[in-house]
Design a protein around this ligand. Structure first.
Ligand SMILES: NC(=O)c1ccc[n+]([C@@H]2O[C@H](COP(=O)([O-])OP(=O)(O)OC[C@H]3O[C@@H](n4cnc5c(N)ncnc54)[C@H](O)[C@@H]3O)[C@@H](O)[C@H]2O)c1
Length: 321
């Protein structure tokens, strides 16, 4: 039985990774300070009566090196998801993003190296490509990043490579593209667009679109991101590398509203607002490298993922509060 440490395991993506690892009978430690993570995201742990040998929750902060060291002890694989994740918020608060996303990642890398972890997987982001006009986006493209958040992710990737090349710690960075699915938080000013719009549609509110709505995203279903993490942990000879993790196709924001209206049997019109600083016009990944080197294969197309996510929010509309 392998032992995984999932930082940010009480968050949206982290909790899906934890659920999958437990379902495979492997052991997992969660390290989370619950700044955006929620106890309810981990409710499956109590529901399935997992033993304390298989699961342990550490409520602590990755800015505290001793806490990182304690969490890494006896661990085989670190799947590092903990971070502050909003692009627009990072424009107003770059110092905190630096401390958590760069300082915290460096703490985790050092702790993983000290504890002889077999491999460290880093949750990076498509925001690194920034204002590019070259599509699809390739891992080798020059990063035209435009937000402090993206800079923290690029720095994390370089730290990973340095640890892989010079500090004897295997690392892999995964650039996630616009992840969505059940448990994604709809409830703050900077919420990701899909849970926010699902909640608008359920409450008969016109979804607010920043810009003309023609901006598009390579929306990636969360279970495909889980698959990528587990492949990245185990496939040999990929240390120091960076991979795009995405669906490989894009959909516009107006298309998103149309599909949600279809799913709900409604016809709500979007409300168009001025563009937001730090938002890019398009994301679209080339996933040929991750297919070839990781054996990654997205299993959920946009409509399938959206329908599963919509059903999850419909099942308990208090999730929209
Ligand atoms: N959701 C996306 O579309 C997306 C896209 C690209 C990259 N990512 C990256 O994936 C990872 C997970 O994102 P998510 O969407 O699940 O976000 P999330 O906010 O749901 O999860 C982040 C988790 O990290 C925890 N955390 C934050 N600061 C911490 C700290 N100082 N110490 C310990 N825990 C801390 C939070 O409490 C939360 O549980 C992040 O690294 C994010 O940057 C997400």
């Amino acid at each position: 039985m392998s032992k995984f440490l999932v930082t940010g395991g009480a968050g949206f993506i982290g909790s899906h990774i934890v659920e999958h690892i437990l379902s495979e009978g492997q052991a997992v430690i969660v390290l989370d300070n619950f700044s955006s993570g929620k106890e309810t995201n981990l409710s499956f742990v109590n529901e399935s009566q997992i033993s304390s040998k298989q699961y342990c929750l550490i409520k602590d902060d990755i800015r505290d090196y001793e806490a990182c060291l304690k969490a890494c002890s006896g661990v085989d694989y670190v799947l590092h998801q903990a971070a502050l994740r909003s692009v627009p918020k990072s424009m107003n608060n770059p110092y905190e993003y630096n401390e958590v996303n760069i300082g915290g990642t460096l703490n985790m890398l050092r702790a993983a190296q000290q504890c002889n972890v077999k491999r460290f997987i880093f949750a990076s982001s498509s925001s690194i490509y920034g204002m590019t006009d070259k599509f699809p986006e390739r891992e080798t493209d020059y990063p035209l990043l435009i937000s402090p958040y993206a800079l923290t992710k690029l720095t994390g990737e370089f730290y990973c490579r340095i640890f892989s090349e010079n500090f004897n710690l295997e690392t892999v960075a995964l650039r996630y593209f616009n992840v969505f699915g059940p448990r994604q938080a709809p409830d703050d000013e900077y919420a990701a667009v899909i849970p926010k719009f699902i909640c608008c549609i359920l409450k008969d509110i016109c979804p607010p679109i920043f810009g003309n709505g023609k901006q598009s995203r390579d929306f990636t279903f969360v279970k495909d991101v889980v698959q990528a993490n587990l492949l990245a942990a185990k496939i040999p000879d990929i240390s120091g590398k960076v991979f795009n993790i995405a669906s490989g196709s894009d959909n516009s924001i107006v298309e998103l509203v149309a599909i949600l209206n279809q799913l709900a049997g409604k016809s709500l019109q979007p409300e168009f607002l001025p563009e937001r600083a730090g938002d890019v016009f398009k994301t679209l990944a080339d996933i040929s490298n991750s297919k070839k080197s990781l054996g990654f294969k997205p299993k959920f197309d946009f409509k399938q993922g959206l329908s599963l996510t919509y059903d999850w929010f419909c099942a308990d509309q208090s999730r929209c509060r």
